[in-house]
Design a protein around this ligand. Structure first.
Ligand SMILES: *Cc1c(COP(=O)(O)O)cnc(C)c1O
Length: 456
C-alpha cells in the first residue's frame, strides 16, 4: 500500500540530534587497511599523525574499535544552529516519474556552506581550538569545504588558510568572498607559497590545479607552521565518523514514520557523505539485521570505484601524505576540466573502498549531462536547486524509481541531497545552452596512471 499519509518533511526535534557519532569500523568484520608511513612502509602511529592533525582527530583516525564517540557539547550546540536537517518525502518527484517507489532525501544544504561539510568542519575546528592550536590550513576544490571551515573557524576564533584549486578560484570568485567574509585567507593553488607548489608550477606552468595538489600545499604549510595543523574535508576515517550524524538522523526520522530504505544512494567524491549516510544502515547489513542495497554514484569522468584499482596510493599529488589503501585513479590523475559536477578526487575513502571490495556496496558511474538533466527535473519538481555533486545521487534515485515503475515494486529509496547548487550556475548555464559535454577517460589514459602507483 502506498503510504500517502506521511508528512512531506519529517523533522526530528533538537533533543533528537545524536549525542554520539557512530564509528562503522567497529562493526566491520575486516577493517580497512591501515595508513602507512611512506618512508618506513609501516602503519602510521597516533604520534606521527599528530604532527599533521590535532591529537583527538589523530586518535579518531586510527581507532577501529570504539563504536560510539561522544559529540562534544560545543559541537552539538553548533549543530543546533542548522540541525537536525530535514528528511523529505519527494512526493512531487514521485508523481512526475509515475513511480510506485517512495523516495526520500536527507537535505544537508540548509546552511551557509551549502553542504554537509559543516558537520565535520565544526568538529575539527573545535578539537583544534581545544588543543590550543594557533591556526589551521586546508584545501578546497569547489569551495564548499573551505566555506564550511571558514564558518567554523570564525565561530571558534581560529585563523585559517585555504588553498583553493586555481580553476575554481578563478571560476567561483563568490565562494572566495564568502570565505574572506569569515576572515579566511584564500590562496589559489598551485602557488609559490610552498615548495611543492613551486615544483608543480615549474613542471606545469599552465595548470588549473587539482584537489590532490592543493592538499600537498596545505599539508606543507601546516607542518612548517607554528602550532598549526592541517584539516581535510573528506576521505579520512575521522570525517566519515563525524558525517555519521547524517545517517543516524535519517534512520531515526525514518523509524518515526515506520519506514526502512530498500535502497540507499549517495554521491561519492572522497566518500564522506556516503559513508555518513549509510553508516547505521551498513551496521544493520553487517550484523544481519537488515539488507538494504547501497549504491555509490560517481562521475564517469573521475571513476575511482568503478574503474580504479584497489591499491596503496598517496592522498595528494605532491606525495607528502601517508599512503592509504583505496580505490584510486593514481595521485597524479587530473580529471577533465570540462567536468563541472565536483567529485573530482582521484581516490576514495579507505572505509568505502573496503566495503566495496567486500561486496557490501555497489558503485555506478554517470555522465554529467545526464546528471544535470536529473538536477533540473528535481529542481522543477521539488523546488530545491541541487548541487551538481548531489545530482549524481538524484540521477541514480530516478533510475531506480523508474525500474520500480516497470516492475510495480513499491521500494523505499533514500538518497543524500548533500547541498545546493547556487554557486554552480556557470555549469547549469552551460547545460541549459547545450554547451556541456561528457568526458570519459580512455583505458590507456588510466593505465598510464596505474603504472605510476607506489610499489610496496
Ligand atoms: C564535497 C561535496 C561532495 C562530495 O564529497 P564526499 O566526501 O564524497 O561526500 C558532495 N556533495 C557536495 C554538495 C559537496 O560539497
Amino acid at each position: 500500500m502506498k503510504k500517502n499519509n506521511i508528512p512531506t518533511r519529517i523533522y526530528l526535534t533538537e533533543d533528537q540530534i545524536p549525542t554520539t557519532w557512530y564509528n562503522l569500523r567497529a562493526d566491520m568484520k575486516e577493517k580497512p587497511a591501515p595508513l602507512l608511513n611512506p618512508g618506513t612502509k609501516k602503519p602510521v602511529t597516533v604520534s606521527e599523525l599528530s604532527n599533521v592533525f590535532c591529537e583527538k582527530l589523530a586518535e579518531q583516525e586510527l581507532d577501529n574499535d570504539t563504536r560510539y564517540f561522544e559529540i562534544p557539547k560545543e559541537v552539538r550546540d553548533f549543530y543546533k544552529m542548522y540541525r537536525p536537517s530535514p528528511l523529505v518525502r519527494a512526493y512531487n518527484l514521485e508523481k512526475a516519474l509515475g513511480t510506485p517507489a517512495r523516495i526520500y532525501f536527507k537535505y544537508e544544504g540548509n546552511n551557509t556552506s551549502g553542504s554537509h561539510k559543516l558537520n565535520s568542519a565544526a568538529a575539527q575546528v573545535y578539537y583544534a581550538k581545544d588543543q590550543g592550536l594557533k591556526g589551521l590550513t586546508t584545501e578546497t576544490g569547489a569551495g564548499q569545504w573551505g566555506t564550511a571551515l571558514a564558518e567554523s573557524s570564525a565561530f571558534f576564533n581560529l585563523p585559517l588558510t585555504v588553498y583553493m584549486v586555481k580553476v575554481s578560484y578563478e571560476q567561483k570568485p563568490f565562494r572566495k568572498f564568502v570565505m574572506e567574509t569569515f576572515d579566511a585567507e584564500v590562496i589559489p593553488s598551485p602557488s609559490m607559497t610552498t615548495k611543492v607548489g613551486q615544483k608543480i608550477l615549474s613542471e606545469n606552468p599552465g595548470t588549473g590545479g587539482s584537489l590532490g595538489c592543493a592538499i600537498s600545499e596545505a599539508v606543507e604549510k601546516a607542518v612548517g607552521g607554528i602550532e598549526t595543523r592541517y584539516v581535510l574535508g573528506s576521505v579520512l576515517n575521522q570525517v566519515l565518523l563525524h558525517q555519521s550524524v547524517i545517517g543516524l538522523e535519517s534512520k531515526a526520522a525514518m523509524s518515526m514514520i515506520d519506514e526502512y530504505p530498500d535502497i540507499i544512494i549517495g554521491c561519492a567524491g572522497g566518500g564522506s557523505n556516503l559513508g555518513g549516510l549509510i553508516a547505521p544502515f551498513m551496521q544493520d547489513k553487517i550484523l544481519g539485521n537488515n539488507d538494504p542495497r547501497i549504491i555509490a554514484v560517481e562521475p564517469s569522468s573521475c571513476p575511482s570505484l568503478t574503474r580504479g584499482v584497489y591499491a596503496y596510493d598517496f592522498c595528494d599529488t605532491g606525495k607528502v601524505t601517508p599512503l592509504a589503501k583505496m580505490y584510486t585513479l593514481g595521485s597524479s590523475f587530473m580529471p577533465s576540466p570540462d567536468h563541472a559536477g565536483g567529485l573530482r578526487y582521484h581516490g576514495m575513502s579507505p572505509i568505502i573502498s573496503k566495503l566495496y571490495d567486500d561486496g557490501l556496496l555497489d558503485a555506478v558511474s554517470v555522465e554529467q549531462t545526464k546528471v544535470f538533466e536529473a538536477a533540473v527535473l528535481f529542481a522543477k519538481t521539488e523546488t530545491i536547486l541541487p548541487a551538481p555533486e548531489s545530482a549524481h545521487a538524484i540521477k541514480q534515485a530516478i533510475d531506480e524509481a523508474l525500474i520500480c515503475k516497470e516492475t510495480g515494486e513499491e521500494k523505499v529509496i533514500l538518497f543524500g541531497l548533500t547541498g545546493t547548487g547556487y554557486f554552480d550556475m556557470t555549469a547549469y548555464n552551460a547545460f541549459k545552452e547545450g554547451r556541456m559535454t561528457d568526458y570519459i577517460p580512455k583505458d590507456e589514459e588510466l593505465k598510464k596512471e596505474f603504472d605510476k602507483l607506489p610499489k610496496l
